[in-house]
Design a protein around this ligand. Structure first.
Ligand code: TYD
Ligand code: MG
Length: 455
């Protein structure tokens, strides 16, 4: 690298890592305002030259991947069946959500007398970690702890300890000697990650990075890292509630959209083995505006409660709020109802909520939203033994969704007896899948009114 390149000033977007030679008010890549900060290279604009050799694919080593299985079922599922050797996993989440707790429990699950794990923290003191370990009542055999934020020192330490897993808490506190920027800056976070990445790829040691998700400009947004690592997990949940959801947003070694459900207890995180029961625990029965949706999260069904509140607006522009669902989708569904059944919603405030702090992204939520909205608008409760799911098209048609067998089984397991689903799905069901469930097929949103609210 030439000295000229090294001294080069770059402006890097704190949100997505976009690089520019001059300052810009708005990032052209991600659209964030005032997110470009001055940093010094090295950067992708000045790539280092390396020699490398290509290898025929047929000669690439046969992939007999033996994953590190933690034995914590909710965690292993999210990881796609355990941790892959040489993989780098980013665990992101708001401060205080429980990332350090989760990782310490994960490390404890893997560590034994002759299977060492290494936990490096740049955030907390060794005493703080010990106190957490006491609180979690974990077996400390095989857990090595270091308070360090210099990546080069961590690399050396990993070589000495020879752990089966390295966890770095958090990547925003790490720094490499190779760049002059402050810890937490995009360059520093990216270069530190690159060092740890080559450690993982070179030695086969799997690495877990913890990252804070903060919109603050001083801390590098996690999107910078998402492209670099193999797996990205988000730990989310309402801090006021006890549920925590670990969600896969990227996984080179497994499916995405998988979730693991945990409960934060006094003594740490506990797996929730029956999330449907948990999410429905506080469901009000025979109250307008509430309906149950059998949703598919990754590879498994979870029943959730969709709540809507529709009330006349006192404002010039009616309010639209969606929590746990896409606000754009809510706007679209509201428009479909206005156009297709003449519901007058424009002068009503609409609040939509998925109970329990979970987020639902799949289109099968549409029918749940429509039913909840109409139930609240008409002040008519949905029968408590009923579940609904289906996608809604712009013409008001109810469109088929996948995994109907799983959805029916989960609904039946929790005692639901009536299932309103897309007519196309119903036509393809065999009697064995349907079991004792009473199934009604819906073709259009008008059918929804006929079947549920016309009584
Ligand atoms: P922590 O893992 O430190 O969060 P993060 O690393 O994401 O910032 O956990 C933070 C919260 O979890 C803290 O407010 C206390 C709570 N907690 C429990 O309720 N039970 C426990 O056993 C532990 C260790 C923490
Ligand atoms: Mg922490």
């Amino acid at each position: 690298m030439s000295p000229a390149q090294k001294e080069q000033t770059l402006y890097i977007c704190g949100s997505c890592g976009y690089e520019s030679r001059k300052w810009l008010g708005k990032c052209p890549d991600c659209g964030e305002w005032d997110s470009l900060n001055e940093e010094r290279g090295p950067s992708r604009l000045s790539p280092r030259r390396q020699t490398a050799t290509a290898q025929p694919l047929s000669e690439a080593e046969a992939a007999t991947v033996s994953r590190l299985v933690t034995g914590i079922g909710e965690l292993d599922r999210v990881l796609g069946g355990g941790i892959v050797p040489g993989s780098v996993t980013l665990v992101g989440g708001d401060p205080g959500i429980g990332k350090s707790t989760l990782i310490l429990q994960l490390l404890a699950a893997l560590a034994t007398e002759n299977q060492k794990v290494l936990y490096v923290t740049g955030e907390e003191s060794a005493d703080q970690i010990r106190m957490r370990a006491d609180r979690l009542d974990i077996d400390r055999d095989g857990i090595y702890l270091a308070t360090e934020n210099r990546v080069e020192a961590i690399l050396a330490m990993a070589g000495e300890v020879r752990p089966v897993l390295l966890a770095v808490d958090s990547i925003q506190t790490m720094l490499t000697e190779e760049v002059a920027s402050a810890p937490g800056s995009v360059t520093q976070v990216r270069e530190s990650t690159a060092r740890l990445l080559s450690l993982a790829k070179g030695s086969g040691l799997p690495v877990i990075l913890i990252g804070h998700v903060t919109k603050d400009g001083a801390i590098a947004g996690p999107r910078v890292l998402e492209h670099m690592v193999d797996t990205v997990l988000y730990f989310e949940g309402d801090r006021g509630l006890v549920f925590r959801i670990l969600r896969t947003v990227k996984n080179r070694f497994g499916s995405t959209n998988e979730i693991g459900v945990f409960e934060m207890k006094e003594s740490g995180l506990r797996e929730v083995e029956n999330p449907s029961a948990l999410f429905l625990a506080e469901r009000p029965v025979n109250v307008p505006g509430s309906v149950v949706l059998p949703s598919i999260e990754g590879t498994r069904p979870i029943l959730v409660e969709v709540q809507a509140l529709v009330s006349p607006s006192s404002l010039g522009t009616a309010r639209r709020t969606a929590i746990g669902a896409d606000p754009q989708r809510l706007a679209l569904l509201t428009a479909v109802l206005e156009k297709k059944i003449g519901a007058s919603l424009f002068d009503h405030d609409i609040f939509l909520n998925i109970a329990g702090g979970i987020r639902i992204d799949e289109p099968a939520l549409d029918l749940g939203v429509i039913v909840a909205l109409l139930s609240s608008l008409y002040e008519k409760p949905v029968p408590p033994d009923t579940v609904v799911c289906g996608e809604i098209g712009l013409a008001g048609e109810v469109r088929a969704v996948g995994h109907m067998d799983m959805r029916i089984r989960e609904a039946a397991r929790l005692g639901f007896t009536t299932f309103l689903m897309p007519a196309t799905n119903q036509r393809h069901l065999d009697t064995r899948t349907a079991g004792a469930m009473r199934i009604t097929g819906l073709g259009t949103v008008q059918d929804v009114i006929e079947q549920i609210f016309r009584a």
